[in-house]
Design a protein around this ligand. Structure first.
Ligand code: PEP
Length: 254
């Protein structure tokens, strides 16, 4: 199995004003003062901050991503933002299919797939989110739900260089709850097997699979050590430099 370079990505959601760049400056201070880190780092701020953040991080190995994109490059879609616009503003990735968008905007797997393809068209990495609700987990449907979302949302020609999968149990997002280590291992193992089947040429072996859902500095080391967990998608804890750094430093050079 190829070594997979970890990624920790922060999802700022509907949070962040220009003054929030102070947290990015603090994060940079922590990174520069700390041990050498062996991972990729990304922040996905609201679209209004992408240009500002990309300019501030120019020449610094912290990437900037969007939180969503429209499937079309341009057109009559008031309020939407295309993958091309994200790239133009300095983003290198876009989260697609986050459970909040699937729930709040009725995004189906087909829509998520089209958005991931749009991201690829614009040269962005698509971070495709999948995950079961609490009711689905209680019904014992987790693996079926996640594999259905993955099959329906993954572009046919996805590769390890343009696609990341984020497993985010909906009930763990923003709640302080996390699945057991065995549960995370089971789902990530199933996603890995499915990726290896779906993507030819061994490509599925090295697609990064992030865990997301209440990752904090105090549980990150345990979660990130689980097989086939190649990093984290972090919501609330990415808003504070100290908390985000506390997760990132799990990947400090030993
Ligand atoms: C998320 O929304 O992607 C997320 C993982 O949120 P939190 O870390 O706050 O649970």
């Amino acid at each position: 199995m190829a070594a997979v370079r970890p990624l920790v990505a922060g999802n700022w959601k509907l949070n962040g004003l220009a003054k929030s760049m102070a947290e990015v400056d603090l994060l940079l201070e922590r990174i520069l003062a700390g041990a050498q880190l062996d991972l990729d780092i990304m922040i996905c701020p609201p679209a209004t901050l992408i240009r500002l953040m990309a300019d501030r991080l120019d020449g610094i190995p912290i990437a900037v991503g969007g939180q969503d994109c429209h499937m079309d490059a341009s057109g009559a879609h008031t309020g939407d933002i295309s993958a091309e616009m994200l790239a133009d503003a300095g983003a290198v990735a876009a989260i697609v299919g986050h459970s909040e968008r699937r729930a709040d905007h009725g995004e189906s797997d087909a829509i998520v797939k089209a958005k991931a393809e749009a991201g690829h068209r614009a040269g962005l990495t698509a971070i495709i989110c999948v995950g079961e609700t609490e009711a689905q987990r209680r019904a014992g449907d987790t693996l079926d739900v996640v594999s259905g979302q993955l099959a329906g949302s993954l572009p046919d020609n996805a590769s390890a260089s343009d696609t990341v999968i984020a497993y985010e149990p909906v009930w763990a997002i923003g709640t302080g709850l996390t699945p057991t280590e065995d549960d995370v291992a089971e789902v990530h193992g199933a996603i890995r097997s499915q990726l290896s089947e779906l993507l030819p040429g061994g490509e599925g072996d090295s697609v990064r699979i992030l865990y997301g859902g209440s990752v904090k500095p105090d549980n990150a080391a345990v979660l990130m050590a689980i097989d086939n967990v190649n990093g984290a998608l972090v919501g609330g804890a990415s808003l504070k430099a100290d908390d985000f750094y506390g997760i990132i430093e799990v990947y400090g050079a030993k």
